[in-house]
Design a protein around this ligand. Sequence first.
Ligand code: FA5
Length: 327
Amino acid sequence: SAVERFNEAVDKFDGDVLEAARVEFLGAKSGKLKSAQKGLGKVGKDDKPAAGKRFNEVKQRIEELFESAVAKLSQSSGGGPASEAFDVSLPGALLPVGHVHPITQTIEELKDIMGRLGFAAVEGPEIEDDWHNFEALNIPMEHPARDPLDNFYLHAGAKAAGGDMLLRSQTSTVQIRVMEETQPPIRIVSLGRVYRPDEIDATHYAMFHQIEGLMIDTDVTMADLKSVLHLFAKTYLGQDVEIRFRPSFFPFTEPSVEVDMRWNDTWLEFGGAGMVDPNVLRAVGYDPEVVTGFAFGLGVERLCMRRHGVNDIRHLYNNNVRFLSQF
Ligand code: FA5
């Protein structure tokens, strides 16, 4: 019966059953071995050596059973009965939980806002060729925007047909890629990284993100651009935000504007916009007599910083957990 009781404890993986079995057989006061030991005193003189020997064998066997049961129960790892011994009601150890980076959060939110305005999110490559970053955007060979001091060109070996490869300096490249593959009407946004060897300060970084919007259809006007940017800004920054267009120049839009937003009494530049230049429409095989469109490109970091009151772009990229865990 000792074998059965100790096996039962092991099968059930139950320390209480094991303890009860220990008390029953090995208990110092009233365990079965103890009473057997007491019984030895009453055995006749001739039988004593044999009885003593038998007692010691039984005692040793039971002690072995007990020790092996203890050993089995203390192997708590592994599957099977071990998981039954795991106390699910114990509070777990709290591990530090990470945060989605504020720029990633911003990108998701901006995508969502533009999605509700009917703009589908698309992506383009960060390593671009001359055609998509410059040529098709009406930036000819001699244009200063191509200056090696203003761009991250890849090593001399990385040439595409017609020019050097580079890290894209603007998400406007994606406009070209989408128009090359799709016929109007088009309504897309593209959010992603761009690279410029700018001097780093509170509002400039050498890698940052832009949100690019593009709408092409038969009679898109500047009024459409303005109302889309208005809705976008109000949804992201709040109903109090004001928006202002200043005349500007971009090779790929005509007319072009700089987009400022006023919030808490200051005007801030967020990006550029305009009506897609007929030369760009022609470069992708559209007829500018038939379709028109607008495009805009805004700095994602600037939007995020404005919304959350971050006063230095470097905070976003220092990987300081005390900063990041606030988002
Ligand atoms: C452009 O990049 C144009 N592609 C925008 C555009 C798109 C115009 C479509 C017309 C039609 P710009 O170089 O001004 O424009 O940059 C746009 C925005 O990116 C800036 O207003 C700013 O918010 C952000 N930006 C520019 N440089 C940096 C930088 N170094 N660090 C952080 N943000 C920057």
